[in-house]
Write a protein that binds this ligand. Structure first.
Ligand SMILES: [Fe+2]
Ligand SMILES: [Fe+2]
Length: 356
């Protein structure tokens, strides 16, 4: 972006009127000037008008230029405004102090006019370059954020759609995994997970049954009960799912792998595939176990009607200690109304009639 430096605003601070008149005569035709005759009004003007440059006299009564500079540099509103000290004192100690306080330059009186103009011009150019750079950075940052979100949304959508594909043979609506995600997030938050963890569980839980892709139709879609051999094969959907998702470092995929492997483990150790018990079962697996059963109970299946929410909550409660982590069951029952509400809203969006 091309910046017109003549549009720059310069604040001149000096208690001697003749000095101000001189500076105005030298710079007034090139820039937009404002003046302050003391430190206090300089501070007020700097805050209100945000000038591009301040020419600051050092020797002033009440508040000298060093004090003004100190206050300006400590205020986030004015700290980035470049300050050039104007002083009759060609004194190394004073100049050093000015630089230490954050001044960008100094000009000594009497002015050498071309030098004054050149320095003012240089610092204004620098100021505009820095503003443009900061602005460009802001634009880039917001673009990167936008793109990162787009990418992340696409990743989540792919996960959801692949999970749907895996469920498609025995559940074509895709509503089960959608409801499960929401139920899991509510339970995760209720049992003390932070928002980030609850979100990861929300996004990973659709992958819990991804291993069903490896189960033959004759077993997955069998209308009657499975015999022992078939049941053994059916159980491998956990290890197949974990295998499909293994070997990737992303937190989300790792969580998906863990959930796929452990969502059929039971609190008393009677679950599968590893027979883990109690707190050996990862938290996400224990969360999904409860929500998966709850959703299965409240959904209509070819072999059963959908249960009403109260019966399903009773069943979950009855499974405490045997199937489910008792603490999580308490948390689950404590958020009954939130759980019912989310299932209702998802079902009505999916136009599914159910017992809710
Ligand atoms: Fe499963
Ligand atoms: Fe499921």
């Amino acid at each position: 972006m091309q910046v017109d430096i003549s549009e720059s605003r310069i604040l001149i601070v000096d208690d001697t009127k003749s000095n101000i008149d001189l500076l105005v005569s030298l710079l007034g035709s090139s820039y937009r000037l404002s003046v302050a005759l003391d430190g206090n009004s300089a501070l007020i003007q700097a805050r209100e008008n945000n000038p591009d440059l301040i020419l600051l006299d050092i020797m002033m009564p009440i508040m000298n230029g060093f004090e003004v500079c100190k206050i300006l540099k400590s205020d986030p509103l004015t700290s980035s405004i470049p300050i050039i000290f104007i002083t009759a004192l060609d004194d190394t100690e004073f100049i050093t102090k000015g630089f230490k306080l954050g001044a960008v330059d100094y000009i000594t009186k009497p002015f050498r006019i071309p030098e004054l103009r050149a320095r003012v011009h240089t610092h204004l150019s620098l100021r505009h370059a820095m503003l443009a750079y900061a602005n460009q950075n802001r634009i880039l940052e917001s673009r990167v954020k936008e793109r990162t979100k787009e990418l992340r949304d696409t990743q989540l959508e792919i996960i959801y759609r692949l999970s749907r594909a895996a469920e498609y043979r025995d559940n074509q609506t895709g509503l089960h995994i959608k409801r499960l995600s929401h139920l899991c997030r509510i339970l995760a938050s209720a049992c003390g997970c932070d928002d980030k963890t609850a979100d990861v569980i929300f996004n990973a839980s659709p992958m819990h049954d991804i291993g069903k892709i490896g189960i033959p139709d004759s077993i997955l879609l069998k209308p009657g009960p499975l015999d022992a051999e078939e049941w053994k094969i059916m159980q491998t959907h956990t290890t197949i799912g974990a295998e499909i998702l293994s070997g990737h470092d992303s937190l989300l995929i790792k969580m998906g792998e863990m959930i796929a492997l452990t969502h059929h483990e039971k609190w008393d150790g009677s679950g599968y595939p590893q027979g883990l018990a109690g707190l050996d079962i990862p938290l996400a697996g224990r969360i999904v176990a409860i929500c998966d059963v709850f959703d299965a109970l409240t959904s209509k299946r070819p072999y059963k009607d959908a249960w009403g929410p109260n019966d399903a909550f009773d069943e979950i409660n009855a499974g405490r200690a045997a199937s489910f982590d008792p603490r999580l069951v308490d948390c689950f029952l404590n958020c009954r109304s939130d759980l019912i509400e989310i299932v209702r809203s998802l079902n009505s969006a999916g136009q599914k009639s159910c017992a809710f």
